[in-house]
Write a protein that binds this ligand. Structure first.
Ligand SMILES: [Zn+2]
Ligand SMILES: [Zn+2]
Length: 398
């Protein structure tokens, strides 16, 4: 019987692979692609997996799935997920690996997640004679945009054959120093719903409102009343956000438009409250519109929150402490951002943890989705693949 794999051994292999992992990250960073358009990224991932000698499956939505078994006995299956889409942002960093695709940037670190997951595959292949169980790799497109890539991957059978026991994912965290991880058991990222409202009135001359139905005023009433859902209807102990970032009333100084469109986002955690909030948004909008002689259509769509499985998360915390030292594992609060990892973790127990990527002293502190976002890549890559490997091996019973 061989001794169990130690963090030291895994770190040594990871260190040897550092330049390859950075090469992967730099390539992905230079050629970012928007959600649902990730053709070359998908090709790059498939090429790297094939070079490692791994068979992979391309799903209809461009998700890429691969798996392999350790040489020791073991029946458990652990899935590891990385997303790979980028954002419509023009990069403002001046790095040799700066984005070469105008107006598109990996400003959410999905290049890091994907390079790190390829790194996990490389480390595990080197360790194949030393472990038992199966590791499944889920490379996911379109995390940033509804309906996301996760649900379609689940529907295409990504969690089946071999059937996955647990699923894990990591996401960079610029507010946390590289070298540390952050974890929260239970509810973590919020359910994310797009709220689209169309108000129809009767347009015409701005000087003759009495003969019209002004949808701009209806929208203004709806906008303000909607805030009472958060302040008066939501239980104060239940985190809730409702924001409208885009309102289009395309009239003119002297033209009252026919239609106004409102685009907002709702963030919640509790399933029942989420449904109730949807009903309330519809009720208030339609009630106000009707009272003012207009009509109103409401469409709400989104994905569920990330609920980190309590026992699995306790294990992830314990193994991260073993691997990084107690002082490098930080407890996190709720994250109001959305994450469609929740779609994988709805079907099997999941844990989504954050990996520190910032360094204030080096000036690496821009938030996610910022044109100056970057990561402190060496200390980050020193642990990102290695820790994920360690957690997966532990969960497989090694
Ligand atoms: Zn993002
Ligand atoms: Zn992200």
């Amino acid at each position: 019987m061989m001794p169990p794999l130690s963090p030291k051994e895994i770190l040594a292999i990871s260190d040897e692979l550092m330049s390859v992992m950075l090469e992967d990250r730099h390539h992905l960073h230079q050629y970012p692609e928007l959600s649902f358009q990730e053709e070359n990224t998908t090709l790059y991932i498939q090429t790297q997996l094939k070079k490692m000698g791994l068979a992979c499956t391309l799903l209809p939505n461009r998700g890429v799935v691969a798996h392999f078994k350790g040489k020791l006995p073991g029946e458990k299956v652990v899935a590891l997920r990385a997303d790979f889409d980028a954002l419509p942002i023009q990069e403002q960093n001046e790095k040799p690996y700066k984005s070469r695709n105008t107006g598109v940037m990996h400003a959410c670190g999905h290049d890091v997640h994907t390079a790190a997951l390829l790194g996990v595959a490389r480390i595990l292949l080197a360790l194949q004679p030393r472990f038992g169980g199966t590791v499944k790799f889920l490379f996911q497109p379109a995390e940033e945009k509804f309906p996301g890539g996760a649900r379609a991957m689940v529907e295409a059978g990504a969690l089946k054959g071999p059937d996955v026991d647990v699923v894990l994912a990591q996401h960079v965290m610029p507010e946390l120093e590289a070298g540390k991880v952050g974890v929260k058991a239970g509810r973590y990222a919020a359910a994310n719903d797009e709220v689209n409202i169309t108000i129809k009135g009767r347009g015409g001359h701005g000087a003759l409102p009495h003969a019209l139905v002004d949808p701009v005023i209806v929208a203004a009433q709806i906008l303000l009343s909607m805030q009472t859902i958060v302040s008066r209807v939501a239980n104060p102990t239940e985190p809730t956000v409702l924001s409208f970032g885009k309102i289009v009333a395309d009239g003119a100084n002297n033209i009252i438009p026919e239609v106004v469109h409102m685009y907002g986002t709702l963030r919640t955690f509790d399933k029942a409250w989420r449904q109730q909030a949807h009903e309330k948004i519809k009720q208030i909008s339609q009630g106000i519109a009707e009272a003012m002689g207009a009509s109103c259509e409401v469409h709400i769509q989104g994905f569920s929150n990330v609920e980190n499985d309590e026992p699995l998360t306790a294990e992830v915390i314990a193994w991260s402490r073993e691997f990084l030292g107690e002082e490098n594992v930080v407890a996190l609060d709720y994250w109001m951002a959305g994450e469609d990892f929740g779609e994988f973790a709805r079907d099997v127990p999941g844990c989504y943890y954050r990996i520190g990527s910032g360094n204030v002293e080096k000036g690496i502190d821009a938030p996610l989705h910022n044109p100056r976002f970057d990561v402190d890549e060496e200390p980050l890559f020193r642990i990102s693949s290695a820790l994920m490997t360690y957690i997966a091996l532990k969960k497989l019973g090694n």
